[in-house]
Design a protein around this ligand. Structure first.
Ligand code: IPE
Ligand code: IPE
Ligand code: MG
Ligand code: MG
Length: 293
């Protein structure tokens, strides 16, 4: 099998594994919560690519850590990510009406329920990691600490805030970089570093993984900005924000495409430290380069 074929198999397996476990983690027996449950399931099982758990598992494989050990963490990453998307689409945020090819969560369940679904997913993420008997007890606090950091003010919340309040055509490029680092790349970074914590990776390896994930996150979000400008809603599956200042505003279409390539190569170079066993890290970066949604 080629590296790309192998990563596609990993992708498929990750999706099956994570989806099954997510159903278990989010199962509800309280009839009064039926609509909240429906709202959570609606976005959680609407065809997300599950890239963050996949990356987490690939890092685990570098150290022979089985997926079963990292499964609660992979699910937590996906819960956090889905929570962020539900929140991101709300009318007082991006006011997006379509997500993953369907009406956004609040369009079906209302803003009140969507906000609660998002907070419910976020908090369940921490809970499943803390309660997982498969994870070594001494690793739980560092993992949850790292997750909370990248979700919070020094991560996604901060990035989303600056995206909403300071993104305009006259912003400094450093502001643009702040947004991408915090709203997107930070969760990619945590997807790798938390797996590395479980694996007792060396500081040098953790730094390399951070570098890889930061570049991957940048390539990913710049491509997202390009899709906002060049994509079609039917193909991308979500509302496009062609009028918003982003990487394309600053670097143009060709400049942004070149930056996606550069960050992809930088990610691959950062993975060099794992030579001999980094094929999946390389294939993941190359595969994301080709994504259309
Ligand atoms: C979309 O992320 C939001 C960004 C951070 C750009 P994904 O493209 O990973 O979303 P899904 O989960 O596959 O829908
Ligand atoms: C999404 O950023 C980042 C988070 C949800 C944290 P965008 O607003 O640019 O992503 P899409 O295009 O809505 O997926
Ligand atoms: Mg947004
Ligand atoms: Mg958005």
């Amino acid at each position: 099998m080629s590296d790309i074929e192998e990563i596609l198999v990993s992708f498929h397996e990750t999706r099956m594994l994570v989806d099954t476990k997510l159903r278990e983690y989010l199962a509800n027996r309280e009839p009064l919560l039926a609509m909240l449950q429906e709202s959570i399931d609606y976005t959680l099982f609407s065809g997300g690519k599950r890239i963050r758990p996949l990356f987490c598992f690939i890092v685990g494989e570098l150290y022979d850590i089985p997926r079963s050990t990292l499964l609660s963490l992979g699910c937590a990453l996906e819960m956090i990510h889905t929570a962020s998307l539900i929140m991101d689409d709300l009318p007082h945020m991006d006011d997006a009406k379509i997500r993953r090819g369907k009406p956004a969560n609040h369009m079906i369940y209302g803003q009140d329920v969507a906000a609660l679904a998002s907070i419910g997913l976020l908090t369940r993420a921490y809970e499943v990691v803390l309660k997982d008997p498969q994870l070594p007890a001494d690793k739980k606090a560092p993992i949850v600490g790292e997750l909370a950091r990248v979700v919070g003010i020094d991560g996604m919340v901060g990035g989303q805030f600056v995206d909403l309040k300071h993104a305009n055509a006259s912003m400094d490029k450093s502001v643009l970089e702040f947004i991408h680092t915090n709203k997107t790349a930070s969760l990619f970074v945590a997807s790798g570093t938390t797996a590395a914590i479980v694996a007792d990776a060396t500081q040098e390896e953790i730094e390399a993984l951070k570098g890889y994930a930061m570049h991957l996150g940048f390539a990913f979000q710049i491509l997202d900005d390009l899709l906002d400008v060049l994509g079609k809603v039917e193909e991308v599956g979500k509302s496009l924000q062609s009028d918003k200042a982003n990487f394309v505003t600053f670097y143009g279409v060709e400049g942004s495409k070149a930056l996606v390539q550069k960050h992809t190569s930088d990610a691959i170079n950062a993975a060099g430290i794992f030579e001999g066993k980094n094929q999946k890290l390389i294939a993941l970066a190359q595969m994301l380069l080709k994504r259309k949604s």
